[in-house]
Design a protein around this ligand. Structure first.
Ligand code: GAL
Length: 435
């Protein structure tokens, strides 16, 4: 009897604790919704911020570490925990994040692509705080392009701060290899395949691919889709207005298969940096990669822009810009909101963006960054960003939901080995309702 009574008391206690913590969490919810008043400021600082991303290792980490140094210089009283999880394009980090978010253990702030990855996953699940107040305080509304603010908003609420803009539809190439083999920069698919034949005849791997994680192959496919469909129908496809059985999608799949004929044999055991090395050392000629590869070439491999490596738009996508934007927001349930907002303020500042991006390879998301902080590649990318038609990337989370992307990556992975266009198209079609 005593034991039963004891268990009963234990449950009453648990219920009481749960009720108290529910109270306090709803209090803190309302407090943070109301913005930063004096009381909140003193309550919502823990002297620590945990920054969650997938930027570890070569070509990824340098920018983040420089940004953290800048933050620590400005806020020596706040310690930074760098909680990066390795794996390009968030292959592993996204799963770790999902577990933490579901377990109500969010990091102070986390890397998330603008567009569907932010809006369909975390905002729709009511896991993010709006941060309009931060945009107002910092007068950011006209400092970031409207299109980017839209990508991180639902209705009137803004949910994150873009730290960069990467361009996904670029081919980087080894200039010496092109010169020695008398190759002109190709603009159409026909010219591209002529160049690839010439390179192959000369014993050079035309295209370097590292699809140990499948997203680099998905990225090639999305760029072919952009080239074949053009920007309007590319977007209509992901809006569900065009079917994946459209003959132009089938044509894109065929071109994709053709491109795969020109990649290195060991592509499945390489990651994107390993594939980049093939271009750097001249074993391969070209690499389609977002311009984080530019950061890797310049800062990790010490290659000179427009001397050692050049770049050109993915065939038939000139005038279009595949936008990949990494952003950081404020998850609900985080207690140190003041510290997080201080970090986001540095990350959104000109100084923060111009510290991070020249190392990372892309450009600032802000329109008023300093062109002198960037080399020729960065300046070209800035011009292209202003003058081009912007389209969201599938492989990097902006064009479609995470559910669709996972299935598209699986379909691509199977296609790379089997090369069966019909099976590929059917797999995409049956994944389409997830968009
Ligand atoms: C992208 C991300 C880039 C870069 C890349 C490779 O998804 O937006 O910043 O990290 O993955 O890991």
């Amino acid at each position: 009897m005593k034991k039963v009574y004891g268990i009963f008391l234990f449950f009453v206690l648990v219920l009481l604790i749960a009720a108290c913590s529910a109270d306090s969490s709803s209090e803190s919810d309302t407090e943070s919704e109301g913005g930063s008043d004096e009381n909140e400021s003193s309550d919502s600082s823990s002297g620590e911020v945990e920054i969650f991303s997938w930027w570890t290792g070569a070509g990824e980490e340098d920018g983040l570490l420089a940004l953290i140094d800048l933050f620590e210089e400005k806020h020596p009283d706040i310690a930074v925990e760098n909680a990066a999880v390795a794996g390009g394009a968030g292959t592993n980090a996204k799963a770790v994040l999902a577990t933490r978010m579901q377990g109500n253990d969010p990091p102070s702030t986390f890397q998330v692509h603008g567009g569907e990855e932010l809006n369909k996953s975390w905002v729709a699940a009511d896991k993010m705080e709006p941060i309009n107040d931060l945009y107002e305080e910092n007068e950011w509304m006209d400092k970031f392009p409207e299109e980017l603010i839209e990508m991180v908003s639902e209705g009137d609420d803004i949910y994150s701060v873009p730290v960069n803009v990467h361009r996904g539809n670029v081919f980087f190439y080894n200039m010496k290899v092109f010169e020695e083999n008398d190759i002109e920069v190709p603009t159409s698919f026909d010219e591209f395949f002529d160049a690839a034949d010439q390179l192959q005849d000369a014993g050079i791997t035309p295209i370097a691919l590292g699809d140990k994680e499948s997203w680099p192959a998905t990225q090639i496919f999305e760029n072919i889709l952009l080239g074949v469909l053009g920007p309007d129908d590319y977007q209509n496809l992901f809006a569900g207005e065009i079917g994946f059985d459209d003959e132009r999608v089938v044509e894109a799949a065929e071109i994709f298969g053709q491109m795969l004929d020109y990649v290195n044999e060991d592509h499945a055991s390489r990651n994107w940096q390993d594939a980049g090395q093939l271009v750097a050392n001249g074993e391969a000629a070209m690499l389609n990669m977002g311009d984080w590869a530019k950061g890797y070439f310049s800062n990790d491999l010490d290659l000179e822009t427009n001397e050692d490596f050049g770049y050109f738009p993915f065939p038939e996508t000139d005038g279009e810009f595949q936008v990949i934007t990494d952003t950081f927001g404020l998850p609900k349930g985080v207690e140190n909101t003041d510290d997080v907002k201080k970090f986001l303020t540095v990350l959104g500042s000109v100084e923060g963006q111009d510290t991070f991006n020249p190392l990372k390879g892309g450009i600032a998301a802000r329109l008023d960054s300093d062109p002198d902080a960037y080399d020729e590649y960065g300046n070209d990318a800035m011009d292209a960003f202003q003058d081009s038609r912007l389209v969201p990337s599938l492989a990097h989370g902006s064009a479609a939901s995470e559910g669709f992307l996972t299935k598209a990556n699986q379909a691509v992975n199977i296609f790379v080995t089997q090369r069966d266009v019909d099976t590929f198209i059917q797999a995409l079609e049956s994944a389409a309702p997830e968009m």
